[in-house]
Design a protein around this ligand. Structure first.
Ligand code: ADP
Ligand code: DP6
Length: 306
């Protein structure tokens, strides 16, 4: 069986777990599922448990992480799973989201086809919290109670571009770093602001108000990176090059070309823009000197390939 799951990029960020078992986020998050970057994953029988990622057989801890997730669905470990990402792996472009969404769909279809949607979402979160949002297309909210639902949104009015500043794997995992943020005295203020932003984002999306959507996205992004720096002794996933792209987007806005940026646990910047401005955006982003990948918003999340 072969499945595909698209990545998703959070406009309102998930950063911190209220509970690890079950996995529950400390605030709601809201993302857009992006059609053109994702993970394709297949399963076949084998003599032992094997997982091949981007052509390389996983070993040690990386393999054990996959086995632990597999055991949530089945104890018959004689399978070989292969997955290929079209986004860079572990570079802050959501490979864990598409990867675990695809893996979770594959396991549900193979071992637990009768599993209810809500229970499946909760199981997916053990792989990666952000993966829950790649189970659906469009704009998706991961709620504090662990469920996901669509947020009404004119998905065809918008697209995203990923500015690939540095696609090497990160040195510090988001899972470890978000745990450190949880105990910082500023965490609760951040949590309150991010919850408020999620409410405001639902309104902005319903009103199709691009500038409100973009401003809320940038503020959730920069607030998260501020908290990471505060709780990590000055640590940042963002580099000078990332900040230079945020500055370039601000300059472009001051000249009438509206684009907004976001970044996750890595230096790469995702740019949200209006579909009607794609030509101008392409011309502008080409001047930055980095490879850029464009994507429409996916209508569908994780799916079985026919
Ligand atoms: P990213 O910023 O790309 O989401 P993370 O460091 O959060 O990076 O997650 C990377 C991890 O996600 C990998 O080490 C692996 O455990 C998992 N992962 C990535 N791609 C896949 C995939 N296609 N299938 C299953 N798991 C994957
Ligand atoms: C910065 O979903 O990778 O991308 O649940 O521990 O696997 P785990 O974390 P993960 O964290 C994603 C954090 C983020 C923001 C987001 O996608 O909302």
């Amino acid at each position: 069986m072969k499945v595909y799951a698209p990545i998703n990029i959070a406009l309102i960020k998930y950063w911190g777990k209220a509970s690890e078992d079950p996995v529950l986020p400390s605030t709601p998050s809201i993302s857009l599922t992006l059609e053109d970057l994702g993970s394709e994953t297949t399963l076949e029988t084998s003599d032992a448990f094997k997982f091949t990622l981007n052509g390389t057989p996983l070993q040690g801890e990386a393999l054990e992480k996959m086995r632990t997730f597999f055991r949530l669905f089945s104890s018959d470990e004689k399978v070989h799973i292969s997955s290929v990402n079209t986004a860079p792996t572990a570079a802050g472009v959501a490979s864990s989201a598409s990867g675990f969404a695809a893996f979770s769909l594959l396991l549900k279809e193979t071992y637990a086809p009768e599993l209810a949607f809500d229970a499946w979402v909760k199981q997916t979160a053990y792989g990666s919290g952000s993966a829950t949002r790649s189970l659906l297309g469009g704009a998706v909210m991961w709620h504090e109670n662990g469920q996901v639902s669509n947020v009404p949104f004119h998905a065809d009015h918008y697209q995203m571009a990923v500015v690939m500043i540095d696609t090497r794997p990160k040195k510090v995992s988001s899972r470890a770093q978000m745990k450190q943020s949880l105990t910082h005295p500023n965490f609760h203020d951040w949590q309150r602001r991010n919850r408020d932003r999620a409410e405001a984002m639902i309104q902005a999306m319903a009103a199709d108000d691009f500038n409100a959507i973009g401003t809320l996205m940038e503020s959730s992004t920069l607030d998260m990176h501020g908290l990471i720096a505060l709780s990590g002794g000055g640590f940042s996933y963002l580099t000078d090059a990332s900040m230079a792209v945020f500055n370039a987007l601000r300059d472009a806005r001051s000249q009438g070309l509206n684009m907004y940026g976001t970044a996750d646990a890595g230096p790469n910047i995702k740019v949200l823009f209006e579909t009607s401005h794609r030509d101008k955006v392409e011309t502008f982003l080409a001047t930055l000197g980095y490879p850029v990948v464009y994507s429409k918003i996916a209508l569908e999340g994780a799916r079985i390939c026919t």
